[in-house]
Design a protein around this ligand. Structure first.
Ligand code: NDP
Ligand code: MG
Length: 385
């Protein structure tokens, strides 16, 4: 029996994880659940799992949940970190850079981590890898479907045996839109993802293809492969979740229905494979599998991410923080879709590189400077419109 700490319990990944736990009561129990401020959903979770410990980042919401449930409800980052230290397995389904500190804490406590929060690795990949070296009993298994696919294809093989990683992308809702129409993109258009139903921020990241950019950086740190050997392939059918090309000419792929419960269960149960009730792919129904090169002119966020990843240091932390502020500003309809890459470029040019050894304090400092700069960029646009 594995006691699970579920961070981001009220979100899309959180909901899928709860379903996986429901299907495997003999293997997983919900030790604790955390979210930002969704009191209603956390009350339901508490009813279903009366013994689960609870935390809400927002202090007022934590007090409200405490009143409703009569339970002790932890609050703030301290609350999240306390939950992480008391479990067997952490599933990090938080959205944004807030997920970084809990991942680091989980590593320091020697926990097994099923990681959906890609922002952790994008902003602090080097710090996370150093922490894993210092705490070899801790282990990260990727939940992100592409990385989980590659994790399965590699089956423990080292980077020296790999020639290229191919990360597949659905291409998002604007794959076939002409560039001239991009200035008219509305929030509704961008939230209309052709394949996956996910939280709003990752849905916007998918529309701008920043999600793929973040995933390239995530893959670099997870699998220790240089950026030159990580390629993106647009694959509209979203059946092949990613591929690994080995040096002997073999190309391994992982296929499956687009259902996040598959990679979630795989990451949680690893190295075992447990049964899952979900749709199976019917091979006779697949007419074709297409793969294209991404259009970097149309989707500048992808190039920006490659550049930031290759530049190293704190560049990816700047990119990640700026993107988070700008994607959220677009969700609030304060800025236009094309302002997202513009604002990221602006922040990358403005925020100076930090020299010397990388540590969490430095990353968090850069993260907050980039956020401030991105917020100023948003305010300026609001003033001018
Ligand atoms: P959602 O927006 O659906 O959920 C986000 C969760 O994080 C919610 O539970 C939210 O709580 C919580 N949260 C946000 N901010 C804080 C905070 N400051 N403190 C505590 N909790 C917080 O996101 P998704 O589930 O879609 O995505 C989660 C992560 O997984 C992201 O990093 C995403 O990139 C990654 N991912 C998601 C996939 C998907 O299919 N959804 C696929 C692959 C990766 P509240 O509800 O209270 O606001
Ligand atoms: Mg993904």
């Amino acid at each position: 029996m594995s006691e699970v700490c579920l961070l981001g319990a009220t979100g899309s990944i959180g909901g899928s994880t709860l379903d996986v736990i429901r299907q495997h009561k003999e293997r997983f129990s919900l030790r604790s659940a955390a979210a930002h401020s969704n009191v209603r959903r956390m009350t339901e979770i508490s009813k279903e799992y009366p013994n689960a410990k609870l935390a809400l980042f927002d202090e007022k919401a934590a007090l409200e949940l405490k009143k409703i449930t009569g339970k002790n409800v932890l609050a703030g980052m301290a609350g999240l970190l306390e939950l992480v230290s008391d479990c067997d397995l952490v599933l990090n389904g938080l959205t944004g850079s807030v997920g970084c500190e809990p991942t680091l804490k989980a590593i320091e406590c020697g926990k097994k981590i099923a990681l959906a929060n890609k922002e952790t690795l994008v902003m602090a990949g080097t710090v996370i890898k150093d922490a894993l070296k210092r705490n070899p009993q801790s282990q990260i298994t990727p939940v992100d479907s592409e990385h989980n696919a590659i994790f399965q294809c590699l089956a423990g093989r080292g980077s020296s045996e790999v020639e290229t990683l191919h990360i597949t992308a659905s291409g998002g809702p604007f794959r076939e839109w002409p560039t001239e129409k991009f200035s008219q993109i509305t929030l509704k258009d961008a939230l209309n993802h052709p394949v996956w139903s996910m939280g709003k921020k990752i849905t916007i990241d998918s529309a701008s293809m920043m999600n793929k950019g973040l995933e390239v950086i995530e893959a670099h740190f997870l699998f220790d492969i240089p950026y030159e050997r990580i390629k993106v392939a647009v694959h509209p059918q979203s059946i092949v979740h990613s591929l690994a090309q080995f040096r002997d000419g073999s190309l391994m792929a992982q296929l499956g229905a687009p259902d996040m419960r598959i990679p979630i269960l795989c990451a949680m149960a690893f190295p075992e494979r447990l049964p899952l009730e979900t749709k199976r792919i019917d091979l006779t129904q697949i007419q074709n599998l297409a793969f294209f090169e991404p259009d970097l002119k149309k989707f500048p966020c992808l190039s920006l991410a490659y550049e930031a990843g290759m530049a190293g240091g704190t560049r990816a932390a700047v990119l990640n923080a700026a993107n988070e502020v700008l994607a959220n500003a677009f969700i609030k309809e304060k800025i236009k879709f094309l302002d997202i890459p513009r604002g990221i470029e602006h922040c990358l040019a403005k925020i100076e590189e930090q020299s010397g050894e990388m540590n969490l304090e430095k990353i968090l400092f850069v993260d907050s400077s980039a956020r401030e700069e991105a917020e100023k960029f948003v305010e300026k646009i609001c003033w001018n419109t």
